[in-house]
Ligand binder design. Sequence first.
Ligand SMILES: Cc1cc2nc3c(=O)[nH]c(=O)nc-3n(C[C@H](O)[C@H](O)[C@H](O)COP(=O)(O)OP(=O)(O)OC[C@H]3O[C@@H](n4cnc5c(N)ncnc54)[C@H](O)[C@@H]3O)c2cc1C
Length: 418
Amino acid sequence: MDFDDTSEEAAFRAEARAWLEENAEPLAEGARPVSIAEFRKRPDAIAAAKEWMARKADGRWACLSWPEAFGGRGASRIQSVIWEQEEARFRTPPNMFTIGQGMLGPTIMAHGTEDQKARYLGPMLRADEVWCQLFSEPAAGSDLAGLATRAVRDGDDWIVNGQKIWTSGAQYCDYGMLLTRTDPDSPKHAGITYFIVDMRSPGIEVRPIRQMNGASTFNEVFFTDLRVPDRNRVGEVDEGWRGALTTLMNERQTLSGGGVGPGFAELLELARVARKAGRPAIEDEAVRARLADVYVLQKGVQFTRYRSMSALSRGATPGPESSIGKIVSAPLRQQMASLALELLGPAGGIVDAGALPLGASFSEAYLAAPGGRIAGGTDEILRNVVAERVLGLPPEPRVDKGMPFSKIPTGRESPSTS
Ligand SMILES: Cc1cc2nc3c(=O)[nH]c(=O)nc-3n(C[C@H](O)[C@H](O)[C@H](O)COP(=O)(O)OP(=O)(O)OC[C@H]3O[C@@H](n4cnc5c(N)ncnc54)[C@H](O)[C@@H]3O)c2cc1C
């Protein structure tokens, strides 16, 4: 591993830092950047995040990896990492627009028409328009190609009926990218068509889902005779799975397992101040052993990340190490939050940062952690990916391979053909 910047990287870092010093306030010594879960509690969260993104766009620091033709810098992965490191030293809103900018924008670039690129990418980059991902359905999550939302051609339009679920941000989004079933008689990965949808169209109903932390970050979205113009189709009819794969590949790179939250230093601090059996918890052997376990895992993740960065910096492609980040870090966040809540005892129920600053961030992290193990590929699915694509183990049996979608037994009357 090589921790030193090359001369180009050092110059890029200096340019980024100089811009940030002019445009943002540095974080206090020892403070960490606010997590999305914490930031969302601000009533003006979306407005503040949009304002910061527009300012970054003015300085050409938004969507760095996008090609220059679309307003980015064509930045390498290592340059994006350097920017993230520098931005993390300042008090700035977290990026609440990664679904559009990190996943859907690159899909439009790869599969969209020139008109779509010209119309949508600019406002997406500035976060003037915010996007959601209309993929998962009640019976199609890990097995996304099992989706049943139906689109039927009607002249220059398509008529869409069906339901999505877990759609993050749908309640404040302007546009969504939607996967539909257009040919139920083809095998499930064929017969899917990908569309851009105006979320304010008649025929769309968004119902927020209330989560255990009290927030409603995701939604059910219902389509009833929604009309989508054919010019909003992304890619060819029945070939939407190609676009879906582009989105999912970018999703794996965008999500790292739950976002920034309290780290090991804060857990250690908590173990010092919390009491167990009349003495500081850190003096308890069982607590020390669990802290050590967390420390080792966390260092493993950190050094694996450094290995990837060294590879990127040398211009090489990171190897299998890039597949293990989320598999290890998402459960680790849950393990840390769980230990913190045990140390806090009854105070672990407090989520008000004003009342209990250190504890509340762990309580929040505890409630968000299970979602981090599901979003963007569950633990089990990511293990399958590593087993099959990294270790070359035999693939798991896929009994519906090649079978027409309409013939796949579902245990219910097939809505796909209706
Ligand atoms: C915080 C959050 C945000 C999300 N945001 C969005 C969004 O914006 N847009 C969107 O479209 N979706 C979104 N999702 C949905 C997410 O993509 C799905 O939840 C995920 O793909 C899992 O699908 P599922 O919930 O249907 O679970 P299922 O696929 O039904 O899985 C249930 C369980 O079975 C296991 N399992 C399934 N298949 C296999 C297998 N082959 N081998 C071994 N185990 C298996 C899974 O690991 C899991 O434990 C979000 C989810 C979360 C948690």
